[in-house]
Ligand binder design. Structure first.
Ligand code: ZN
Ligand code: ZN
Ligand code: FE
Length: 755
């Protein structure tokens, strides 16, 4: 019998062909296997019926850990007797099938880690040790098929020993495109901040020692540069904050190992699993009671972002030091993408860092670290990048037209929705600067190319002046296809519908800002969504944003806007003038604008949480996205819902002036933590009740929660509780970020329903 098999899935760059070779030989079959240009694999086997059957069973059951099979088509026929043995053929160029899958970067595997530490091994101490089970993938791929000449490894000619391993089907490094050793592979070197070479012992251990001594070192990794510093002393962190103009924004850290993490943070079973997985993302962990690292790493927050070493290089940094962890923050100029070129690093970071740890392999695709938080045992992806992207999200249904989602303005990603797969790019960033815009453009083109897709529809935000909207029209013209705008919060809820295969839902979408269908600023929305689109069925009370963006930066302005109708705001202002950067003059203008009605209005949930944060004296200035609300959550964790307020609604609007005035009136009676908790509780229960009422009215059984506020564990759990008590199903995002990193996916999903 002859079987011709085509497989689609994550099957290139994961040791799949040597695996096929081994099971074919084991089952006495002849024929061949080869990679296809579409990232799939093609197999032809001939032999006896039972052996072919066993071969197919082995294929399903024993495949390599990173391989994922999405489609497997087998055609049986008569033997043609054209083979004498089983061989691995060169890749075919043909790729008429599209939508196959490029593997994401994979953290160093245990076998490679053991070899790195084995003084008898050829790759002892080689910082870029990898095999077919591990190493960079997406960040080195320039083109498909995933073969060495199409990667940035092509500059490194394999030495004889590496070549032998590479060509031996029984070897773990057979066709591992990243195979290299200290003789033939990328080299590492240490320089001062002017890029002058420092010849002093082993560069990596030397860098580790310098970090421990308090120096700041920029380190080139797989997907870009990190800026590293010690974590147990405050002076380097302080210096880093000053030079990077980041007074408060938390820095991620990389810890030596899991045991060490447990000395300063609480780690649940789920968190440990994620930390040590082949993805090794940054996981937000709760600081433990005996947290002893510098308080300047994540000031004012109850949690800290921690990851484990994910390359040989990273683990070697800890070899000769006592430091439990190093700060490892993406190296990027403000609002620009992570730096990936050596010369640019010297230019942009020379004044920020003391040393550079460079290697000489080019980075094809930048890729920031991923960030995940586990809420109530369920992962909530904050940034879906290294280790995830661009592996697709699998839908339970297929869409007809290949759709591109291009994001809104913040935390942009790009998404190609093709058949039943959604390919979401790595994290791009906020599209405010030219560099980030260019990155979005190139990442989009790269994704279209890698997925071999023919885009038929481009989806973008409803905001007419976003750069992304302009890009969507540019692409629409170029590709000759329709451009369909999708309302921001509709996209958030559509992301839930796509992930969970839901056709009708009442969605609660809460975030900082999103352009509404009425041209106003939305952000605390209850939407009824189905395949026909959406209807806004509820929202938070509209509140003044005095001074527009200034009210976002200085939440005391929100307090004035929200409270003025309920209380003597001038009394509050008397003792709070200092929280307005320009003092009394500014307050005067604020009051004047308020009186004249000279302001825009918003239903944003983020702005209300920010206002509560300022009212309670927790945070008066937003120096990074979400700061006041995040700090409010960190305080609320220590409190209980003391006020137990019942939601005040006006039709389908939740009254937030009532909330702030209740808090204001009770400030002397309860601890700040309790009031913070009560505020979150009021918003959660209030929105849940609006949603439940609508769901019952319309006969819908599922309520979902998405948007950046969904990272707040307390609010999410409180909504869940209400919804489930009402006998309805509750869903949140699991595979896609609930924040704006999931918007491109949501846009594509929302558009795919259009006829
Ligand atoms: Zn490995
Ligand atoms: Zn070699
Ligand atoms: Fe949003």
């Amino acid at each position: 019998m002859r079987a011709e098999i085509t497989i689609k899935g994550i099957v290139q760059g994961v040791g799949f062909r040597p695996f096929i070779y081994r099971i074919a030989v084991k089952n006495k079959l002849v024929g061949f296997v080869r990679n296809r240009g579409d990232a799939g694999v093609e197999i032809v086997v001939e032999g006896n019926d039972n052996n072919i059957k066993q071969f197919l069973t082995d294929l399903e059951e024993k495949k390599p850990p990173l391989a994922q099979i999405y489609d497997l088509i087998t055609n049986y026929s008569e033997e043609k007797k054209e083979f004498e043995k089983f061989t691995i053929l060169k890749s075919s160029e043909g790729g008429e099938l599209s939508g196959s899958v490029i593997p994401p970067d994979v953290s160093i595997c245990n076998e490679c880690l053991a070899e790195l530490r084995d003084s008898n091994n050829r790759r002892y101490d080689y910082f870029f040790i990898t095999c077919t089970d591990c190493g960079p993938r997406y960040s080195i791929i320039e083109e498909l098929p995933y073969d060495r000449p199409n990667t940035t490894m092509q500059e490194f000619l394999m030495c004889n020993e590496c070549k032998i391993e590479y060509t031996d089907p029984s070897n773990r490094r057979f066709h591992a495109q990243t195979v290299a050793c200290s003789k033939c592979g990328p080299k590492i070197f240490l320089t001062n901040n002017g890029g002058e070479l420092i010849k002093r012992g082993d560069p990596i251990r030397e860098a580790g020692r310098l970090l421990e001594e308090g120096y700041i070192v920029a380190i080139k990794g797989n997907g870009g540069f990190h800026i590293a510093a010690a974590t147990t002393r405050s002076d380097p962190v302080k210096r880093l904050r000053k030079t990077k103009h980041r007074s408060q924004k938390p820095f991620a850290i990389m810890a030596r190992d899991l045991e060490t993490i447990k000395t300063f943070a609480e780690v649940s079973e789920e968190e440990a699993k994620l930390l040590t997985s082949y993805i090794k993302p940054i996981v937000l962990l709760r600081k433990s009671d005996d947290y002893y690292l510098s308080d300047l790493i994540s000031p004012g927050l109850h949690n800290i972002g921690v990851m484990l070493p994910y390359t040989g290089l990273h683990s070697m940094l800890f070899d000769q030091v006592q430091e439990p962890a190093f700060i490892m923050t993406s190296a990027n100029p403000p609002n620009e993408p992570i730096i990936k070129e050596n010369d640019r690093a010297i230019k942009e970071l020379g004044s920020v860092v003391d040393f550079f740890l460079f290697h000489d392999r080019k980075i094809a695709q930048r890729c920031d670290d991923s960030v995940v938080r586990i809420n109530n045992k369920i992962p909530s992806i904050i940034r879906r990048s290294r280790g995830y992207a661009p592996a697709p999200i699998h839908l339970k249904y297929s869409i007809n037209h290949c759709t591109l989602g291009i994001s809104a303005e913040l935390n942009a990603t790009t998404c190609v929705l093709l058949g039943n797969k959604a390919f979401i790019s790595q994290h791009i960033g906020d599209i405010e600067k030219f560099e980030t815009f260019e990155f979005l453009k190139s990442a989009t083109n790269h994704l279209i190319k890698l997925t071999n897709s023919k885009v038929e529809v481009v989806a973008c935000d409803l905001h007419p002046r976003f750069h992304t909207t302009k890009l969507a029209h540019e692409l629409g013209n170029k590709l000759g296809c329709n451009v369909i705008p999708v309302q921001h919060h509709h996209a958030h809820i559509a992301s839930l519908m796509g992930e969970h295969n839901i056709s009708e839902i009442i969605g609660i979408a809460c975030d900082g800002i999103g352009y509404g269908s009425d041209g106003n600023v939305w952000g605390g929305e209850v939407l009824f969504c189905n395949s026909n689109g959406f209807q806004r069925v509820g929202h938070l009370q509209e509140q003044p944003m005095i001074g527009g963006d200034l009210a976002t930066k200085y939440p005391a302005r929100m307090v004035v806007g929200i409270l003025h109708s309920a209380t003597d705001i001038e009394k509050w202002l008397l003792s709070n003038v200092k929280h307005f950067p320009h003092g009394e003059k500014e307050v005067e203008i604020v009051l004047k604008q308020l009186k004249q009605g000279n302001f825009i209005k918003t239903t944003s949930c983020g702005r209300v949480l920010d206002a509560v944060s300022a009212l309670l004296g927790i945070c008066y200035e937003r120096t990074y996205e979400g700061e006041p609300a995040m700090k409010l959550e960190s305080v609320a964790i220590k409190g209980k819902d003391a006020l137990q307020l019942s939601p005040e609604t006006n039709g389908n609007t939740l009254n937030t002036t009532y909330l702030l005035s209740q808090i204001y009136d009770n400030m002397s009676k309860y601890p700040v933590a309790d009031l913070a908790c009560s505020a979150q509780s009021y918003i959660a229960i209030g929105l849940a009740q609006l949603a439940i009422e609508e769901a019952k009215k319309l006969g819908i059984d599922t309520i979902g929660f998405s948007g950046g506020v969904a990272y707040n564990e307390f609010i999410t759990l409180a909504i869940k509780k209400e919804v489930e008590m009402a006998g309805l199903k509750f869903v949140t995002n699991v595979q896609v970020p609930p924040g704006d990193g999931g918007i491109s996916f949501g846009q594509a999903i929302a558009t795919s329903y259009e006829k």
